[in-house]
Write a protein that binds this ligand. Structure first.
Ligand code: FPP
Length: 248
């Protein structure tokens, strides 16, 4: 565990940690290009880094890590690249099934899995089923995910339920949240975007209403636990008011 954290409570636990960290995995292609490698090599390194950072998050006591691995717009990429990313996701999930008994990481895929191959869908089902009993740390992988798409689907599903008399009364934020892919998951406290861009790119649009944003030029494959420590330190220095005032 990194030494950067100084605030501990009487029980020796770290305080002020974000409960939920969301990360846009950006910069894989540039990482590969800088090394004269094909873009897919960057995705390989990016998926290995997801493994490292997820383990680190679990070890320091973060409860949820959500990563943006493939967006609803990423299908526009060359078919070889899409295929390589899907293959990597399959490999990751396959390995996750093997190591779950040891790692105790609860896994969830957020997104429209109906567009995925039958093999990948069955791996998604398997990983989610095996790991659902684990608690303490949950890794969410956003796959064929788009924030607008998620909101439209949630609204349509609610309208359908209302038309069928399955729900009644006013639609509240809480009820709406329960129709999202992220139902039951607290909103991200900290959103990190490596890779130098400073935009949200259709990621967790509803859920990030009050998240703290942190951007860095470091490319995702180069993003280390030390970089995560820095992001958490910045997060801890922020004054979160959720629209209120501090000392009224
Ligand atoms: C964005 O970087 C990255 C992606 C669209 C793919 C991310 C996918 C993985 C890391 C593989 C599987 C993930 C897991 C969680 C097992 P980019 O390629 O657009 O980077 P660039 O801006 O440098 O081109």
């Amino acid at each position: 565990m990194a030494a950067i954290f100084s605030k501990k409570n009487a029980a020796g636990e770290l305080t002020g940690l974000p409960r939920h960290i969301a990360i846009i995995l950006d910069g894989n292609g540039r990482w590969a290009k800088k090394r004269g490698l094909p873009r897919t090599a960057g995705h390989v390194e990016g998926s290995e880094n997801f493994r490292r950072i997820a383990t680190y998050c679990k070890n320091i006591g973060v409860e949820y890590l959500t990563v943006y691995a493939f967006s609803t717009e990423n299908w526009k990429r060359p078919p070889e690249e899409v295929g390589a990313i899907m293959k990597l996701l399959g490999k990751y999930l396959h390995e996750a099934v093997d190591t779950m008994a040891k790692d105790h990481i609860r896994m969830k895929i957020l997104g429209d899995v109906s567009a995925l191959s039958p093999e990948l869908r069955s791996l998604v089902d398997k990983t989610e089923k095996i790991s659902q009993g684990y608690d303490g740390f949950q890794a969410n992988i956003c796959l064929n995910y788009g924030g607008r798409d998620e909101i439209i689907r949630a609204a349509s599903r609610w309208a359908q339920d209302a038309a069928e008399g399955k729900v009644s009364g006013e639609l509240t934020e809480e009820i709406f949240s329960s129709y999202l892919y992220s139902a039951g998951i607290p909103d991200p406290d900290l959103l990190i975007r490596p890779g130098g861009e400073q935009r949200i790119s259709n990621f967790l649009l509803w859920q990030c209403a009050y998240s703290e944003f942190y951007y860095t030029d470091t490319l995702w494959p180069d993003f280390t636990p030390n970089d995560l420590d820095k992001a958490i330190e910045v997060y801890r220095s922020r004054d979160r008011r959720f629209g209120g005032v501090k000392n009224p």
